[in-house]
Design a binder for this molecule. Structure first.
Ligand code: ZN
Length: 62
């Protein structure tokens, strides 16, 4: 006799993968389709990623 398995709704079981993220360079909301992911951070495009790298390197040099 197997006990009844609790029913889990599919929607609740899914992890929240599509929460909104902002681009670190221009601070716009990054849409899922356009997401550019580098080093654990999100950018809206490769251009913004490169800009952010430039900025952070310039700050390190102080
Ligand atoms: Zn951007």
């Amino acid at each position: 006799m197997a006990p009844e398995a609790p029913k889990v709704k599919e929607a609740e079981a899914k992890p929240k993968a599509d929460k909104r993220v902002n681009c670190l360079a221009c601070n716009k909301v990054v849409k899922k389709l356009k997401r550019y992911y580098r080093n654990g951070k999100y950018y809206c495009s490769k251009k913004c990623w490169r800009e952010f790298i430039k900025k952070s390197k310039a700050e390190e040099k102080k």
